[in-house]
Structures are given as C-alpha cells and as structure tokens.
Design a binder for this molecule. Structure first.
Ligand code: TGC
Length: 393
C-alpha cells in the first residue's frame, strides 16, 4: 500500500490492464532471476521474445505491427519493467523509443515498411548510436563522418555506451555530412541518421565490461571503419541534431515513469522487511525513525508519480514540451535514487547483498540519471527556459 494519493483512481481501466499485464510479466520472467543476472553481468537474449510477444517493442507507435498504445500506458509499462530492473526497461527503451522511433519519425515509407514490423516482433533488435567516446553531453561535437562515395554512404568513427549494439541486427548511426558531400548527394548537410545493418563490413560492437551499474544490461563501444551502406540508408526527415533529440524525448519520457518503478520496488521491499524484521523485540516498522523513512519515501514516490502522469496526459494530448520532459527526467531520477538508497538503510547489512533489490536499483539509477541527458544537462535546459540565458558553454 504505497499509493497514498489514490493515483490508481486517476487511471482508466485500459491503463490499469496494461500496467497489470506488464507487472505480471515482470513477476514471472524477470523478478525471480534478475538478481542472479546482475551478479553474473548477463542479459539473457531469451527475454527479447518475451518482451516482443507482450507487444512492448514500439508499443506507443501506430501501425507497422506496433501496439499503438497511449503515452500513459507506455509510461506505466516502463514503470513496471524498471520495478524489475533498469536494464530490462532499457531494452524496451532502446528498441522502441530510440531505434524504432528514429525510423518511425525520420524514415521514408519504404524504410518503415522494411524495418519496423520485424523490430516490433523482436525478430530484429536495434540500437541507437549517438554518444561518442569524446562527445557525450555535447553530441554536436561528434567526430563520426558519413562521406558520399559512388552513390554509397561510407561511415567512419566511433560510438560509446550504445545499448544492445552487440546483439543488434540494425544500428541507427548519427554522423556528420559535409556541405560538399551533401551537395553531391542532394541532401541537407549536418548531423544525419543512417540505417546500418550490423553485419556490414567495418561495423564492430564490443560490450563494455567492468560495469558497477546496469549489469543485467548491454552497453557497447562501436567502431565504424569504412562502413558502406546504400544511398537510401539515410533517414530523409528532420536533418540536424533535432533528429536524434526527437528520439531522446521519447526515451527521457519513459525514464520519467521508469525510474519510479525502481523506487516503488525498493520501498515495497523495505516496507515488507520492516514489518517482519525484529530488533529490540519489536518490528523495525514500529520504530519512529523507520516510519519516518518509509513515509518520506512514499510521499516522494507519490509526488513523482503525479508528475509522470501529468507528463503522460500532456503527451497524449499533444501538448508536451521537451523542457517539461526534462523536469520529469531530472526530478524523478533524483527522487528514485534517494528512495532506493534510503530503502537500503532499512535493510541494514542484508541490503548490501543481491538478495534484495534496493542497492541494485540504486546502482542502476546512477546510469539512468546519466544517460539520456545528465542531471546537469537537464538543469541547464530548464535554466535556459527560466532565464533565457544559455549556460551550456
Ligand atoms: P540546440 O541548439 O539546443 O538544438 C539543436 C536543434 O535541436 C532542437 N532540439 C530539440 N528538438 C526536439 N527535442 C529536443 N529535446 C530538442 N533539443 C533541442 C533545437 O530546437 C534545434 O533545432 P533547430 O531546428 O533550431 O536546429 O542544441 P544544443 O547543441 O545547444 O543542445 C544542447 C543540449 C545540451 C541541450 C543537447 O546537446 C543535449 O540534450 N545534450 C544531451 C545529449 C544526451 O542526452 N545524450 C544521451 C544520448 S543517449 C545515447 O546515445 C546512448 S544511451 C541509450 C542507450 O542505452 O543506447
């Protein structure tokens, strides 16, 4: 019982049904195993068909085999998945919000027909290559180039922290096109997206190891050495950085809901533990200090859930602004990580083992607060909105 504000009553029957269906999937396929996956640093590929069969890949997109669910349903699904593990929610985010969204928003009709149905069905996994070893918060500084040679695009460069790249069949690679090459190809110059089958010679993805966060997940380095793709591999719509940013909006929106799933799971685990664990001949739950922690966590969780729902309603109404997504990503990651850390304190020493989820969630959320725009970047996006002053550089 963590829904202090009765947020459940603000959801439609359809929204609750979607949420409950994903919660059941997590209970059956993820929660019993994820502690071990995390310890072993593996993401079993057998989870992909489970997520696909549940209609979760590109679930908020219309047509092309996608489920066409609302933004709120998408958010609630992300919340349930992340109650299992941030790494699992990331799979659905990378596939649907980034890779599929890029094709859906910026692709030609032929590109959509070719790729989206197979990606919705989980037959092809996608990844989204924007971040580079030397260009993280500032993607405008990317060094990857796409050169137009004899009717083909030839890509050279490197990407880093790319989710799912080593198991992906297709990569959306963002690269710079010079004025000269653009003129030859008859397209606009600047940052452009390319659909790159990962089997293309010169494409190499290597999982990043020694991670202390997101261990039940895959993030990779990508090397691109003379990767030649046909002229029509270029995504024709929305040239410039606006292209990838429009996809990041989707992923950031999902995180606004998702991070709270990790928080809610941590609170529920701590609450259960506090009721059962006895010290000084009383349950932990009967101590005022424990109750204060639990109440603070629940209040903050409820506030975050109202924020996420407000964003979801605005997105469904078509009125959501990108900076409002920054409010959700920034505030709810911050809230979630504090709740997970506080929950761990109630578990005492037992909380530092993989038998309990809060510390795993807290460690995962270090990645979540960093990718898709760090706390600092979202703060400065909002600072620009409030003051009219650009403080990035
Ligand atoms: P700026 O001048 O602000 O904007 C350039 C153009 O983009 C437009 N724009 C947006 N459009 C839609 N949605 C948004 N959220 C947008 N933000 C900006 C803007 O209107 C402009 O359009 P136009 O038509 O005028 O050209 O660009 P800037 O370079 O000043 O941006 C600054 C900043 C810091 C906000 C931006 O660079 C930023 O958001 N940085 C953070 C990047 C980030 O989140 N990276 C994470 C990438 S995730 C990834 O690659 C791997 S993690 C996922 C995985 O697991 O694989």
């Amino acid at each position: 019982m963590t829904d202090l504000l009765g947020i459940d009553a603000l959801l439609s029957e359809e929204e609750k049904a979607t949420r409950n269906r994903v919660a059941a999937l997590v209970d059956e396929h993820i929660r019993p195993y994820v502690g071990q996956w995390y310890e072993d640093a593996v993401l079993p590929e057998s989870i992909f068909p489970v997520l696909a069969e549940a209609g979760l890949f590109g679930m908020h997109l219309e047509g092309y085999g996608c489920a066409g669910r609302s933004a709120v349903e998408y958010g609630l699904a992300m919340q349930e998945l992340e109650a299992g593990d941030s790494g699992i929610r990331t799979v659905v985010s990378v596939q649907g919000s980034l890779a599929m969204s890029a094709i859906y928003k910026h692709g030609s009709e032929e590109q959509k027909q070719q790729w989206l149905p197979q990606m919705a069905a989980g037959e092809i996994i996608g990844c989204f290559g924007l971040t580079e070893p030397t260009a993280g918060s500032d993607p405008a500084g990317m060094a990857t180039m796409a050169r137009y040679r004899s009717g083909e695009w030839v890509l050279d460069g490197a990407k880093r922290w790319i989710g799912l790249a080593s198991v992906a069949g297709v990569a959306i690679i963002w690269a710079k096109v010079s004025e000269e090459d653009a003129a030859t190809a008859g397209v606009e110059a600047g940052v452009r997206g390319f659909i790159v089958p990962t089997s293309t010679p010169g494409f190499k993805a290597t999982p990043i190891t020694r991670k202390l966060s997101m261990r039940a997940s895959i993030q990779c380095d990508i090397e691109l050495e003379g990767v030649a793709v046909p002229g029509d591999a270029l995504l024709p719509k929305h040239p410039g950085l606006k292209g990838p940013f429009m996809c990041l909006n989707e992923a950031r929106f999902g995180i606004s809901f998702g991070a709270l799933g990790a928080a809610r799971d941590s609170l529920e685990v701590a609450l259960e533990y506090a009721k059962e664990r006895k010290q000084f001949d009383r349950s932990l739950a009967s101590f005022q200090l424990t109750q204060q922690k639990l109440v603070d966590m629940a209040v903050e969780l409820n506030k975050g859930q109202l924020l996420a729902l407000n964003l979801g309603r605005a997105k469904d109404a078509g009125t959501l602004e990108p900076y409002q997504i920054s409010v959700g990503k920034l505030a709810n990651c911050r809230t979630a990580i504090e709740i997970c850390r506080q929950a761990r304190t109630i578990l005492g020493g037992n909380g530092i083992t993989a038998d309990f989820s809060p510390l795993r969630h807290a460690a995962n959320l270090e990645s979540v607060r960093t990718y898709e725009g760090t706390d600092e970047i979202h703060t400065l996006i909002l600072g620009r909105v409030l003051t009219g002053e650009q403080a990035f550089s």
